[in-house]
Design a protein. Structure first.
Length: 374
């Protein structure tokens, strides 16, 4: 039969089911358009999986026809969700189901309860999807910057925020091998971050989101290529810069610092740094990099963290090809003094001069927009 005739025949046969556009399934009516889109960006979501109508597949059988290609897809999807649904290690440990979401690179637990998001209040499920989008943004940037291959990820990053500090205290010794106040991260092998909301310092969506975006970078950086934190292998400046860079890029500012104390009362230059860094470099002509590049993250002052961020800002835009070898060198425990001169073809003092000239050329005196190169 002629191809066109076949196509016409198919149209006639399926004509009865315009409702599902011949898919055999239609979107589950229990989820808003916005939340269907949010669900499509994650692998699994406990909230969606609990839907009585679709059980997480987000579609239901079309009532007007006997099914279509979407029917089998939904069945396979349902099986994948059922395999994911049994309690994970944290749920078993705490003895209850948790609000968890899994993305390509992260497994999140969001037990904050309803939380203030600007003028409105959002529930933990909505927050969980914001966080999922944020951390995957970080993962994409990190993969681009450091040219990561799929087989270079060693684990899924686990990131948790609790509403009850007792949960945080309970999981600390079990999963983070430590106890202490405030949020806490475990880096290198099987990275995990645990944090908990607390009034009035850490009880708004933006605070949780920026913390997650910041730590998402640290966790991944410590795990990719080789399960090793580079913070005390000469790559402290890079670890600091990565934490700030993606937080900054995602939110237009940074508010988390790489220090061990739980809460930082101040924020250098309001967390918006280009003009501040430019002014500081102009005011203080003595070289910074020889000192700052050697510092450990936990001890670094806020304004010096901004310099590390700026140096990476420069490298990402002008020397992107060098980032991957630089990271690989630190991970291989190469002598730190050799890494930058070798990979960038200049001494640290020469790099300082080039970076300073770049900052003067590209950073504004006011505002935060990069200027056109002159
Ligand atoms: Zn149908
Ligand atoms: Zn969801
Ligand atoms: Zn549903
Ligand atoms: Zn940090």
């Amino acid at each position: 039969m002629h191809v066109l005739a076949l196509a016409l025949l198919a149209l006639v046969q399926d004509d009865g089911c315009r409702r599902c556009e011949h898919r055999g399934v239609v979107p589950c009516g229990r989820h808003s358009e916005e939340s269907l889109e949010a669900e499509s960006r994650v692998l699994f979501c406990a909230f969606a999986a609990a839907c009585e109508d679709c059980r997480g597949t987000l579609v239901v059988d079309c009532k007007r026809c006997a099914g279509g290609p979407g029917t089998a897809e939904a069945g396979a999807r349902r099986q994948a969700i059922e395999a994911w649904l049994p309690r994970d290690e944290v749920e078993r440990f705490l003895g209850r189901d948790l609000m968890r979401v899994e993305t390509e690179r992260y497994r999140l637990v969001v037990e904050s309860g309803p939380i203030q998001d600007g003028k409105k209040r959002i529930d933990a499920h909505v927050l969980a999807h914001h966080l999922a989008d944020d951390v995957e943004f970080v993962a994409r940037r990190l993969a681009q910057d450091f040219r990561l291959q799929p087989d270079e990820y060693r684990a899924k990053m686990r990131m948790w925020v609790w509403g009850d500090p007792k949960d945080h205290a309970a999981v600390m010794p079990e999963f983070l091998h430590a106890s202490g106040p405030g949020e806490f991260g475990y880096l290198g092998r099987d990275p995990v971050l645990s944090s908990w909301t607390e009034s009035p310092f850490f009880d708004e969506a933006i605070e949780v989101r920026t913390l997650f975006a910041h730590k998402a970078g640290h966790l991944l950086l410590s795990n990719v290529i080789r399960e090793l934190w580079i913070g005390d292998l000469g790559g402290g400046w890079l670890d600091v810069a990565v934490g700030h860079s993606y937080e900054y890029e995602r939110f237009g500012h940074t508010r988390n610092y790489c220090i061990e104390e739980a809460t930082v009362p101040s924020n250098y230059a309001g967390g918006i740094w280009r003009a501040a860094v430019r002014a500081r470099l102009e005011k203080e002509p003595e070289p910074f990099l020889p000192r700052v590049l050697k510092e450990r993250p936990g001890a670094m002052r806020q304004e010096d963290q901004a310099l590390c961020w700026s140096f990476l800002d420069y490298l990402r835009l002008e020397r992107a090809e060098a980032l991957r070898p630089i990271l690989a060198d630190y991970k291989a425990k190469r002598e730190p003094r050799e890494v930058l001169p070798d990979r960038l073809g200049a001494s640290v003092l020469e790099l300082e001069a080039v970076w300073r000239a770049w900052v003067k050329d590209r950073y504004p005196k006011k505002g935060d927009e990069l200027q056109e190169a002159r």
